[in-house]
Write a protein that binds this ligand. Structure first.
Ligand code: OAD
Length: 239
C-alpha cells in the first residue's frame, strides 16, 4: 500500500485535475449505516425494497419510518477524517469535482465546494401531487407526512430506484470525469448505475483510477490502484 500511496502523492504534486465518486462507505465512520452491509436490511427489507416508488406505494408508512430513522441518525453525525481529507484534496487540485451518491450532505458540512448529489438529499421533501417542496431539517417527521397545500403524500427528495437523476447532473459528472487526470472511487459497492459507470468512463478517458474500499467491488477491475481499508484512515495518508 505504501508504494501505491507514494504513486498517488507524486501525481498530486503535479496539481492534477481530480474527480471523485463517493458512496455510503465514506460516511460509515461517521456512523451512517451503509445500504448493502450487514446493517443494510431494515425489518427484512433491502434498500431496493424501500427506496422505490413501488416500495412506497405498497407501504408509505414503513418507507417513511425508515427515512425518519435515517434522518434521526444523521442529526448528531459529523463529517469524519475521510470527508475532511477530500476538502484538502480539492485545494491540491487544479480542478476538482466531487460526485456523491450520498444523501446525507456530510461533504458540504465538511466544507467541500461544488458537490454533485446524484441521488438528491434526504432533507428536502416534496409533494407527490402538487409542486410543493421545501427543506425540512426537523428529524421527527410524522410517519405520514402530508402536503400543507393539498394534503397529498410528501416524499423525501431522494432519487429512488427506477427514477431519473436530477436533470443534467450526469452530464456534468461525466464531463468532469473525462477531463480528470486522477479519479477516486471511494466507499461504494459500485453496483448502482449510472453512478458506478463513472469508473469505466474514467479509465477509458485516460485517468489514473484509484479505488478505496474495505473490499473489492466490480470497479476493482478498472482500478489502477486498489487501496483496501477505511477511507477515513487511507485518505488522510495521501495528503
Ligand atoms: P453500499 O452500501 O452499496 O456500499 C457501501 C460500500 O462502502 C461497500 O462496498 C463497503 O465495502 C464500503 N465501505 C464501508 N465502510 C467503509 C469505510 N469505512 N471505508 C471505505 N469503504 C467502506 O452503498 P453505495 O454504493 O453508496 O441509492 O450504494 C449506492 C446506492 O444504493 C445509494 O446511493 C442508494 C442505495 O440504494 C438510492 O437510494 C437511490
Amino acid at each position: 500500500m505504501k508504494d501505491s500511496i507514494d504513486d498517488i502523492k507524486a501525481i498530486l504534486a503535479l496539481r492534477p485535475k481530480i474527480a471523485v465518486l463517493t458512496g455510503a462507505g465514506i460516511s460509515a465512520e461517521s456512523g451512517v449505516p451503509t445500504f448493502r452491509g450487514s446493517d443494510g436490511y431494515w425489518k427484512g427489507k433491502s434498500a431496493e425494497d424501500l427506496a422505490s416508488m413501488q416500495g412506497f406505494s405498497q407501504d408509505p408508512h414503513g418507507v417513511w419510518e425508515w427515512y425518519n430513522l435515517r434522518r434521526q441518525k444523521l442529526k448528531d453525525i459529523k463529517p469524519n477524517p475521510g470527508h475532511d481529507a477530500l476538502v484538502r484534496l480539492e485545494e491540491l487540485a487544479s480542478s476538482f469535482t466531487l460526485v456523491t451518491q450520498n444523501v446525507d450532505r456530510l461533504h458540504q458540512q465538511a466544507g467541500s465546494g461544488q458537490v454533485l448529489e446524484l441521488h438528491g438529499s434526504i432533507w428536502p421533501v416534496r409533494c407527490m401531487d402538487c409542486d410543493y417542496q421545501e427543506d425540512r431539517f426537523q428529524v421527527d417527521l410524522p410517519a405520514e407526512p402530508r402536503c400543507p397545500d393539498c394534503k397529498g403524500w410528501l416524499r423525501p427528495g431522494v432519487v429512488w430506484f427506477g427514477e431519473a437523476l436530477p436533470f443534467g447532473i450526469m452530464e456534468k459528472a461525466d464531463h468532469a470525469v473525462r477531463m480528470a487526470d486522477l479519479f477516486f472511487i471511494i466507499g461504494t459497492s459500485a453496483v448502482v448505475w449510472p453512478a458506478a459507470g463513472l469508473a469505466w468512463t474514467a479509465r477509458e478517458a485516460g485517468a489514473k483510477v484509484v479505488e478505496i474500499n474495505l473490499e473489492e467491488t466490480p470497479a476493482t477491475e478498472v482500478a489502477h490502484i486498489s487501496l483496501l481499508g477505511k477511507s477515513g484512515e487511507i485518505l488522510p495518508q495521501l495528503l
